[in-house]
Design a protein around this ligand. Structure first.
Ligand code: ADP
Ligand code: ZN
Length: 534
C-alpha cells in the first residue's frame, strides 16, 4: 500500500502533470497551491466538482513532511486513499474501521516520514494521544475538508470540528487550508473565526452551476409528475435514458418510488442506510459503471460519488435547507453538460417539516436555526424571481436573471390573493374564539368550501359565517394558498397534526393593511418541458 521511495517535484505544475496527468490548473487552483505550499493559510469556497482536493494534495507533495487531511466522511477515505496510491502518492488513513495491524503500519510510515498524505476523521484530533503521536512526525500542512461543519449556524454542524480550533496554537508554523462547497457569508465568517484563520487568504469561487436548470413544481401526484419528468428530461444528448438521482426523505418512500419507476420501465434502484452493505455497494457500482441507472435515495447517497454524467437530480420531498438543496443538486452535471434539478413540493412538506422541527431534540436556539433554514428553502420555492439569483444570493453572490430556470423560462403570473387569505385567516380566528381549538388545512378547506363532513356536523361548523364562502376555488387551489401563506409567514403550523395558527403578520392582512401576492399555479401537473440550454 505504501511506496518507499519519496517523490519530489520541482513545481506544482510538475506534480500536476506527473502525478495526476492533467494539463493545466483550473480556476484558483494554482494560486491556492502557491499560497499553501509557501506556508500561508487559505480558506477555499468552491462548488462541488471545482477541484478542491488538488489544492491540498499538491502542496503536501511539495512541502516537507505529511499533509494531514481532516475529513468527516470515513466511508470515502478508503476510496480517496486508493485513488492516490494508484497515482503513486504515499497516502494512508487512520480511522476506527481499521485493524490494529493496518493502523500500526500507517503510523510507522508517518513517523518514518514516508507518508505524503494522512487522512483522519475529526474526532481523532479530539484525542490527546493522537495529537502527541502527530507531534512526533513532521506535518506539511493541515487540510480541513467540509469546513462548514465547524459552523454552528450551518446546516451540518459537527461538534468534533470545534476541537480543530486548537491546531493553530499547537502547530503555529504549519499552514492550514479550510475547504467547503457550501457556505453562506455567515458560515464563511464562522469558519474563519473558529479555525483562527484571520490571517488566511480567502478564495471564493462562483457558486453558479450554469449548466444546471433549476425547476420547482407544486406537488399534486408526485409519482406521476416524477415519471413524466424522467421520461421527458432524464435522457442524454442522444435521447437515451440517463443517470439520475431521486431524493426522498424516508427509507420507505425510496423503496416505493423505485418500485413504481421500475413498473413503468425505468431502471431504478432504492438506496438508503437501512439496506445491506452489499446491496448498497452493488447499487452504487451499477450507478457508476452502467448508463441510465436511476437511484432513489435518502441523502445518505451521493457524498463523494464522483460520477460526472448525472443528468438530473430530482427531489420528491422538500430539502431541509438551501445548503442541502445546493449540495444535492450539485451532483448533477459535473461534466458541464446540460442537466436538470427538479423539485416537487407541497403543503404536506411544509407541515411535516415544521412538525419535525417542533419535535426535534435540542434547545430553542437549535430549533430557531432549523426554522430559519426551512424558511430560506421555502422562499426559494415560492420566489417569482430567477431561482438561480435567489440561490446565489443566499450564498452572498450577485447575479443576473439566468434564462435557465423555470421562473426565467416561464415567468409565473402572480395574483392578488388578499381576499381568499382573509377568508382563511378569519375562519381560523372564529374557530379559535369559539372553541379555543385549532385545525389542520383539510378541515379549514372543507369549511371554506362548504363541504359536509362528519367533523363539520359534529362541531356544527356549518353555522360559521365563513361556511362555504370559498367555494369559488378548488381544494387544490386552497392547498396551494395555505402552502404559500405558510411560506410567506402569514400562517404557522404546529404539532403532529399540522394545526394552523395565525402569526404576527397575519393581523395586517385581516385588517386590510397589506395585500397578499400569490403565484398562479397550474391546475394539473405541469407538462415537463424539454427545454434545455444548448
Ligand atoms: P471537489 O472536491 O471540489 O468536489 P474534486 O477535487 O473531487 O472536486 O475534483 C473534481 C474532479 O475534477 C475530479 O475528477 C478531479 O480529478 C478533476 N480535476 C480537478 N482539478 C483538475 C484539473 N486541473 N484538470 C483536470 N481535472 C481536474
Ligand atoms: Zn433564472
Amino acid at each position: 500500500m505504501l511506496r518507499a521511495a519519496p517523490v519530489r517535484f520541482a513545481t506544482a505544475l510538475d506534480a500536476l502533470h506527473t502525478v495526476f496527468g492533467y494539463d493545466a490548473f483550473r480556476g484558483d487552483q494554482a494560486e491556492i497551491i502557491d499560497q499553501v505550499a509557501g506556508g500561508g493559510d487559505a480558506v477555499v469556497l468552491m462548488p462541488t466538482g471545482g477541484g478542491k482536493s488538488l489544492c491540498y494534495q499538491i502542496p503536501a507533495l511539495l512541502r516537507e513532511g505529511t499533509g494531514v487531511v481532516v475529513s468527516p466522511l470515513i466511508a470515502l477515505m478508503h476510496d480517496q486513499v486508493d485513488a492516490l496510491v494508484r497515482n503513486g502518492v504515499r497516502a494512508g488513513y487512520l480511522n476506527s474501521s481499521q485493524s490494529a495491524a493496518e493502523r500500526a503500519q500507517v503510523e510507522r510510515a508517518y513517523l518514518a516520514g514516508e507518508l505524503d498524505l494522512l487522512y483522519l476523521a475529526p474526532e481523532r484530533l479530539n484525542s490527546e494521544a493522537v495529537k502527541r503521536f502527530l507531534e512526533r512526525g513532521t506535518i506539511a500542512l493541515f487540510a480541513i475538508d467540509e469546513a462548514h461543519c465547524v459552523a454552528q449556524w450551518g446546516h451540518d454542524f459537527r461538534p468534533d470540528y470545534l476541537a480543530l480550533s486548537e491546531l493553530a496554537e499547537r502547530w503555529p508554523g504549519v499552514p492550514r487550508i479550510a475547504l467547503t462547497a457550501t457556505a453562506t457569508e455567515a458560515t464563511h465568517r464562522e469558519i474563519t473565526e473558529r479555525l483562527s484563520l484571520g490571517g488566511a487568504r480567502h478564495f471564493v469561487a462562483s457558486f453558479d452551476r450554469p449548466n444546471i436548470q433549476y425547476r420547482i413544481a407544486p406537488k399534486n401526484e408526485v409519482r406521476k409528475q416524477l415519471l413524466q419528468f424522467i421520461r421527458a428530461e432524464g435522457v442524454d444528448g442522444e435521447g437515451r435514458p440517463a443517470a439520475g438521482i431521486v431524493y426522498a426523505l424516508s427509507r420507505a418512500s425510496t423503496e416505493k418510488i423505485a418500485a413504481f419507476l421500475v413498473q413503468n420501465g425505468i431502471d431504478a434502484m432504492p438506496y438508503h442506510a437501512g439496506l445491506d452493505a452489499d446491496v448498497r455497494r452493488r447499487t452504487q457500482e451499477r450507478f457508476l459503471r452502467e448508463d441510465g441507472v436511476v437511484v432513489v435515495a435518502t441523502i445518505a447517497f451521493g457524498m463523494g460519488i464522483d460520477k460526472p454524467d448525472v443528468r438530473f437530480v430530482a427531489h420528491v420531498d422538500l430539502p431541509k435547507s438551501v445548503e442541502g438543496y445546493y449540495q444535492e443538486t450539485g451532483r448533477a452535471g459535473r461534466d458541464g453538460l446540460p442537466s436538470t434539478a427538479w423539485l416537487a413540493y407541497g403543503l404536506h412538506d411544509v407541515v411535516q417539516q415544521r412538525r419535525m422541527i417542533d419535535e426535534s431534540p435540542g434547545d430553542l436556539a437549535h430549533r430557531r436555526r432549523l426554522s430559519a433554514h426551512l424558511d430560506a428553502m421555502l422562499a426559494l420555492c415560492e420566489t417569482v424571481q430567477c431561482r438561480r439569483q435567489n440561490l446565489l444570493a443566499y450564498f452572498g453572490q450577485r447575479s443576473d436573471p439566468c434564462g435557465n430556470c423555470d421562473t426565467c423560462l416561464e415567468p409565473p403570473a402572480a395574483w392578488d390573493g388578499t381576499v381568499p387569505a382573509q377568508k382563511l385567516l378569519s375562519t381560523i380566528v372564529r374557530l379559535e374564539r369559539e372553541r379555543r381549538q385549532r385545525y389542520g388545512a383539510g378541515h379549514l378547506i372543507d369549511i371554506l368550501r362548504g363541504k359536509r363532513t362528519p367533523r363539520v356536523d359534529q362541531y356544527g361548523h356549518d353555522s360559521l359565517s365563513t361556511w362555504g364562502i370559498g367555494d369559488d376555488l378548488s381544494d387544490q387551489q386552497w392547498r396551494g394558498i395555505v402552502r404559500q401563506l405558510l411560506a410567506q409567514g402569514l400562517l404557522q403550523s404546529h404539532g403532529e397534526y399540522g394545526v394552523l395558527g395565525l402569526t404576527e403578520a397575519s393581523g395586517g392582512v385581516l385588517a386590510g393593511e397589506r395585500t397578499v401576492q400569490l403565484r398562479t399555479e397550474p391546475e394539473r401537473a405541469p407538462r415537463a418541458q424539454a427545454k434545455r440550454a444548448a
